[in-house]
Design a protein around this ligand. Sequence first.
Ligand code: KG4
Ligand code: ZN
Length: 402
Amino acid sequence: MQKELILGIESSCDETAAAVVRGGREVLANVVASQMTLHANYGGVVPELASREHLRNIVPVVRAAMREAGVGLSELDAVAVTEGPGLAGALLVGITYAKALALGLGKPLVGVNHLEGHIHAVLMERQGIGNGEGEAVGPLMALVVSGGHTHLYLCEQSVGGWRYRNVGRTVDDAAGEAFDKVAKLLGLGYPGGPWIDELAKHGDPKAVEFRFQPIKRREQKRDEKDRDRASGSTTRDDATGQSFDFSFSGIKTAVLRYLETHEMRGAAEARRVALGRALKERPGLRAAEALTKMPEQFDRATLDLIASFQAAVVGNLLKQAFGAAEAHGVRSLVISGGVAANSELRRRFTAEAERRGLQVAFPTLAMSTDNAAMIAAAGWGKYVAGAFAGDGLAAAPQLRLG
Ligand code: KG4
Ligand code: ZN
């Protein structure tokens, strides 16, 4: 008898995760083993270390999820695993394990796009988003914004499941990457997003003006450089004629230049050393505590710079996301990925949606960052549609959605 149970497995970056989800929406267990403190020592994810940790964690994490769900392996209906995008070696650990498990149990295997997973993190929690009263599910605009991705997807539900169209993407750094890189320039902890989020509350967001240049469309680039059309990396949305792409490498350089011209680099270096020492003593140290315990490290100019940087990035995400929603006549927005945890982003997106009379939905904090419940949820639709992966399922580090 079918129990509608899917075991989800995620290992695309620095989290080894397993979850059991019933019917694509009821989370029975969601276990995440984070490698954050390990990679924090290096200021970023080290791929070789990530693979090794996944190997070490995958069996205990799956066992813990099954135990927590109170479910036996034989009761599962399918195994869903992230096939990409992500780090090749990291993905391989999850895929190899999932394949072996599915084969051993004689259950179907489903390959899931990590980005689709992030979107389903919200859809599973907010069933009915995009539903007007008594209407069919309308199209949604999804902003997936994390350390590796900044994408806008037009999502539509059709007979065979969800269909996605990528209507905007970053042409260089991801938004979360900008948070991490700017935090590093300022000598803050890793990952930088939560540090900047907390510290920005104590600064003036209007103190420093950051501008985002409009991103050139493919045509403009071609005219200027006579490039081949296919080589242009930006997305021009044919339906609207507007570009909803992002670029975050410029603001990182602008912050660096600001630090140099305002002679703030010495203070940033001193902060890096002092915080490094404090973090060694207490690896879980958070920004709020650091601010209280070592206020001398957080001068006004730095706090203002942090607040201004965050306000600019959130403002740009907001402008592009709502612009894309309007251009496509979409009434509902879904925001997902690590940066969706940002408190200013949540506040401003909620206020803007209210002002425009749109629906907006965020995942709970646990569902914002990488987890396997979202993979199981996205895998459910594929399982129902009979879209199973064959023996050839392989890691797809560059996998795209839409
Ligand atoms: O989704 P995620 O866990 O992993 C990826 O798939 O990348 O996202 C991690 C990213 C990091 O860049 C981190 O700095 C950022 O999300 N992040 C935040 C916040 N919490 C995490 N960025 C801004 N504000 C936050 N509160
Ligand atoms: Zn992710």
